[in-house]
Design a binder for this molecule. Structure first.
Ligand code: HXC
Ligand code: NAP
Length: 264
């Protein structure tokens, strides 16, 4: 489907995407670059980061750091600031996930996911503030439905993503006049690492599918369009909110509709 956003709407903008070396976040970074932004992506694996930057093209920069390490993430953002100038857009999307019941999860396993997702988002946002182009900068956290709806085998991600949603709201309040802070909550997005991990077999895929009101999987490009909206002038009065880009997965019980042959 044709994009509603015209070419060049992000001309002159500088965008930093933490966790932007694969999947949904890479799709967001790619779309930003297509629309004119100069882009930096960051992940832990240097080869993956270099590949992602080359794939984006347009002089995109690939950086390596672990979002759990405040000093390393701050240094990476100072590097971007030195090379591209003040940042207009910062996306925090790095995440770790695996399926495990609480009793199959060590304290370190729980801490690891909270550390990447929640503390990582704190580090990215805390570290970028004085490197932003103010006023008018737009920060976007990538959260998930687990923030609001509990899911078995997901205690770590549920806790971490719920924390991200509240961090978004507090930062929107504290930084309100100069910086907009929002989140995007993707639904199950086809072809991603997240889907491969959370729905590793046909039965689990089917359970996820039944929750989707729109009865189709989401696409990376659809999450990217939401991100473009949030950092465009069209969203200039939008802050402190979480946009569900999930085909209605979190609205309620879509299973009944699937069971009714007249509607399915
Ligand atoms: C139980 C596990 C486990 C599992 C790891 N651990 N996998 N415990 N079940 N399947 C435990 C380890 O034993 C260890 O605890 C602790 O977690 C840390 O593991 P490490 O391998 O040392 O951590 P690290 O190298 O930092 O790697 C982090 C990771 C890894 C999360 C474990 O999978 C990763 O890097 N993932 C990044 C990519 C990713 O997950 N993408 C998907 C995001 S999608 P002990 O006690 O042994 O030391 C997403 C989906 C949202 O978020 C919703 C979609 C619908
Ligand atoms: P993905 O492809 O695994 O992307 C994760 C990215 O984060 C990669 O660039 C990864 O690169 C980086 N990363 C992971 N741990 C990091 C760390 N400690 N420090 C720095 N970078 C790190 O995942 P995805 O499935 O596209 O998910 C992307 C985002 O969308 C996540 O926030 C996820 O929770 C959210 N989400 C996804 C879905 C879905 O259907 N996939 C649904 C809801 C929400 P390295 O491995 O090289 O570090």
């Amino acid at each position: 489907m044709a994009s509603p956003f015209r070419d060049g709407i992000l001309d002159g903008k500088v965008a930093f995407v933490a966790g932007g070396t694969s999947g949904i976040n890479l799709g967001i970074a790619t779309r930003f670059a297509e629309l004119g932004a100069r882009v930096a992506v960051l992940g832990r694996d240097p080869e993956k980061a270099a590949r992602a930057a080359a794939g984006i093209g347009q002089g995109a920069i690939g950086l390596t750091a672990d979002v759990r390490d405040y000093g390393a993430i701050r240094a990476a953002m100072e590097d971007v600031h030195g090379r591209l100038g003040p940042m207009d857009i910062v996306v925090s999307g790095a995440a770790g996930n695996f399926l495990a019941p609480v009793l199959g999860m060590s304290a370190n396993a729980f801490r690891t996911v909270v550390d990447i997702d929640l503390n990582g988002t704190f580090n990215v946002f805390r570290g970028c503030h004085d490197l932003l182009n103010l006023p008018g900068a737009s920060l976007i956290a990538i959260t998930a439905g687990q923030a609001v709806n509990a899911l078995q085998l997901q205690a770590h991600a549920c806790a971490a993503k719920a924390g991200i949603n509240q961090l978004v709201r507090v930062l929107a309040l504290e930084w309100g006049p100069d910086v907009r802070v929002n989140g995007i909550s993707p639904g199950p997005i086809e072809g991603t690492e997240g889907m491969a991990r959370l729905a590793p077999d046909p039965q689990t895929r089917q359970k996820h599918f039944e929750r989707i009101a729109m009865k189709r999987w989401g696409e990376i490009g659809e999450v990217a369009e939401c991100a473009v909206f949030l950092c465009s002038d069209a969203a200039r009065y939008v802050t402190g909110t979480i946009i569900d880009c999930d085909g209605g997965s979190q609205v309620g019980d879509a299973t009944q509709r699937s069971l009714d042959k007249g509607l399915a």
